[in-house]
Design a protein around this ligand. Structure first.
Ligand code: ZN
Length: 285
């Protein structure tokens, strides 16, 4: 199952992409893709409902704006330095335990919305990442049980302002949380769509030039370990997003470093999770 949400910002309606690739409005199911939905086997219930109701679901025109494929979750937990080559290009050691940080959920936007370069930014950077959406509350979860807690997977660009992140003291959260710094989607793929999330190609281009190309096979800490590990420190709630880290090829790691400016176009994708495209604009324009 592939879940989408389509419509104007804040007014998105839930939909699905059917096996023929059509976008269907499933508002008549009566639920949005939020904590209550994911926490009550919503994907399975929606799938059963569609067996009878799909023919009556109105099509969504494909020029409709896509929003993020889930309602704003309680938190985004990001994993830093989870690919060895990216840790090296960042000038940091390969971590012995997962590096965790938060990203404000107000940063979430649709997959093809503009990237707003924040006021005063000089170092806005890109990070293609595999996102894991939680389907069942997780606290003190064993690794062997961790995958039972996954509702699905999404494409995420963990935009990062490197000066805010690294040069202004304190935690990374300042450089990770600006509005539009978390485009998510196009769709949320349920686990049966992604038989092996540790074997997905992922890539990112800036103005058509390939900057990142890797595979989730190179994750240092895999998804079961991340869910189990994070759940030692906090409860993961249904709908929460874990962003699993970015591979080699961010602007920070180039010589000289390269950052985004208004007019730049960022395209990215992950096998099975679709593609997204963001145009950079200046704050206030
Ligand atoms: Zn990241």
């Amino acid at each position: 199952m592939k879940l989408i949400r389509a419509g104007k910002p804040g007014q998105e309606r839930p939909g699905v992409i059917d096996s023929a690739g059509n976008w269907l409005d499933v508002s008549a199911f009566g639920e949005d893709y939020d904590e209550a939905f994911f926490g009550s086997d919503g994907i399975q219930r929606l799938s059963a409902w569609l067996e009878h109701h799909a023919p009556a679901c109105p099509p969504i025109p494909e020029d409709t704006r896509l929003g993020p494929p889930l309602r704003r979750p309680s938190k985004i937990v990001c994993v830093g330095l989870n690919y060895a080559a990216h840790a090296r290009e960042s000038g940091m050691a390969v971590p012995s335990e997962p590096v965790l940080f938060f990203k404000a959920t107000s940063a979430i936007c649709g997959p093809n919305d503009n990237l707003v370069i924040p006021r005063g930014s000089r170092k806005t950077d890109w990070e293609v990442e595999l996102g894991v959406v939680i389907g069942k509350q997780a606290s003190y979860v064993e690794e062997k049980d961790a995958m039972d807690h996954v509702a699905g997977y999404v494409l995420h660009n963990d935009y990062s302002e490197r000066a805010f992140q690294l040069e202004q003291g304190g935690q990374w959260v300042k450089g990770k949380s600006c509005d539009t710094f978390a485009p998510i989607g196009p769709w949320l793929a349920s686990p049966e769509e992604i038989p092996d999330p540790h074997k997905l190609e992922l890539w990112l281009k800036v103005n058509g030039e390939l900057m990142q190309q890797s595979t989730t096979a190179d994750l240092i800490f895999g998804i079961p370990h991340l869910i189990s590990y994070i759940s030692r420190f906090m409860s993961l709630l249904p709908g929460d997003l874990i962003s699993t880290g970015t591979p080699f090829g961010v602007g920070l790691g180039l010589t000289p470093p390269r950052y985004l400016k208004p007019g730049d176009v960022v395209e990215l994708g992950i096998e099975g999770l679709g593609t997204a495209r963001q145009k950079a604009i200046a704050y206030g324009t």
